[in-house]
Design a protein around this ligand. Sequence first.
Ligand SMILES: *[C@@H]1O[C@H](CO)[C@@H](O)[C@H](O)[C@H]1NC(C)=O
Ligand SMILES: *[C@@H]1O[C@H](CO)[C@@H](O)[C@H](O)[C@H]1NC(C)=O
Ligand SMILES: *[C@@H]1O[C@H](CO)[C@@H](O)[C@H](O)[C@H]1NC(C)=O
Ligand SMILES: *[C@@H]1O[C@H](CO)[C@@H](O)[C@H](O)[C@H]1NC(C)=O
Ligand SMILES: *[C@@H]1O[C@H](CO)[C@@H](O)[C@H](O)[C@H]1NC(C)=O
Length: 476
Amino acid sequence: MSCGCGSVSKPALTGIVLTLTLYCLHVFALKSHLLTRHGGGLGTAAKDAVIKYKTLYFDQKIDHFGFLEDGTFKQRYLVNEEHWLQGGGAILFYTGNEGDVTWFCNNTGFMWDIAEELGAMLVFAEHRYYGESLPFGKDSYSDPKHLNYLTSEQALADFAVLIKELKQTVPGAQNSPVIAIGGSYGGMLSAWMRMKYPNIVVGALAASAPIWQFPDMVPCGDFYKIVTQDFSRSGLNCDANIKKSWKAIDNITATDDGLQWLTKGLQFVFPPEEDRRGGLQPLPRWPIQVVCKHIGFNPSTVSDHQLLVGISEAVGVYYNYTGNTPCLNTSSTATGNLGFIGWYYQACTEMVMPMCTDGIQDMFEPQEWNFKAFSDECQALFGVRPRANWAETVYGGLDIHSHSNIVFSNGALDPWSGGGVTRNISDTVVAIVIPDGAHHLDLRFNNEYDPHSVLSARAQEVEFFKLWIKQAKKKL
Ligand SMILES: *[C@@H]1O[C@H](CO)[C@@H](O)[C@H](O)[C@H]1NC(C)=O
Ligand SMILES: *[C@@H]1O[C@H](CO)[C@@H](O)[C@H](O)[C@H]1NC(C)=O
Ligand SMILES: *[C@@H]1O[C@H](CO)[C@@H](O)[C@H](O)[C@H]1NC(C)=O
Ligand SMILES: *[C@@H]1O[C@H](CO)[C@@H](O)[C@H](O)[C@H]1NC(C)=O
Ligand SMILES: *[C@@H]1O[C@H](CO)[C@@H](O)[C@H](O)[C@H]1NC(C)=O
């Protein structure tokens, strides 16, 4: 999907509006923290003072599971030893997800906040094929052959080999218990890390990790149902007006005049300055409120024109919130460093996450989950077809009770919680639900605006870490 500038045809325009809005919501859901990252008790300067790391590289095998390809690549990882109690202090190991690892490092304030209390070393490992950790340099994405080693299993093996290496080579690290920590896909990786390599990590915190967002595990409509609930509670008539906007787009794009008006509107209608700044201020915690402010119309009297002006302002909150977006560009995010192509490839192979809408329980146009169409798209894009049930086979699906020492945390406001573990599985596979929490809010820096529920979740997580560390020391 391209940018909204220049001349556009009607179907393209409808697509743009639809994608923009959906994408916007999706991005809000997935990356709501992008918008809140400026907020908080700690100013940028204070955070910069806290965040100091060494950037290191490890020669990692390109293929852990076969023996023909014997090449290596440089995997990037970041280390902070400032508070580490050498000779046994724990290692908090961030299992990097789909993007530049420095971004996850800088935004996982929780680890920086607790390092001193735990006497812990912090390690942030980059996921292969993202950031600087490219197995084939600039050719890594060039064709299916080069992409072939982009899998979660290879990434987990990278983490396992790297941890073994650190324990062997860093003086005093031999007996350091390692705890895996991650958020979102990184949280799925941290949970799977504990499941697959219990000999290497003593426990895992999986924040907002939708390990059940795979075929036949949870209803495909849950994600957008939660999105709709979030909009519904974030402003008067917010969900009703978004629901109505689909028909308004149809109506307006039915005429050439309307089409032209919308094309112009999309480019030039943006929220006034003070509203945009509002998005950068510490409040609201939940940026959807800012979006909803632009569409608080009475749905029974609003005109199609009014509605779409509001919608495009609302979309602008996200796309132009930095104030320097030249035009609406759906192929980039605010940070521009999240590997969308890489993630799309992963979705097209192992990470098949069905989503659907029905227009009744949610505010979207009905759209069924169509695996065949998805698979064809993957074939056309990457020359590969997804394996719908592989994730369940390799990671256990709903059947995870035989594992131990995993905390799954979820914010009830986070649409991804629909595919997350939100009930206790056993005494040691535990769910923490944060009623006022958005997408892995618990991993962020402590912040004076944090709801009490997030503070208590973090405290509970630290207690689990201490318990796992104690258990590990007993075994020595
Ligand atoms: C993370 O923080 C470091 C140090 O402050 C900075 O150099 C780096 O650019 C930051 N990375 C991102 C993606 O913001
Ligand atoms: C779209 O056009 C129809 C027919 O003119 C009208 O009844 C309806 O109110 C318009 N707007 C929406 C959002 O349905
Ligand atoms: C985004 O905001 C800036 C600053 O207010 C403004 O100059 C620019 O025109 C806006 N972008 C668009 C596409 O309207
Ligand atoms: C949109 O963003 C993508 C990715 O950042 C970039 O490659 C592309 O050139 C941008 N398009 C326009 C028209 O700015
Ligand atoms: C799971 O158990 C823990 C205690 O270990 C408790 O604090 C938590 O509230 C329980 N979670 C759920 C979702 O009931």
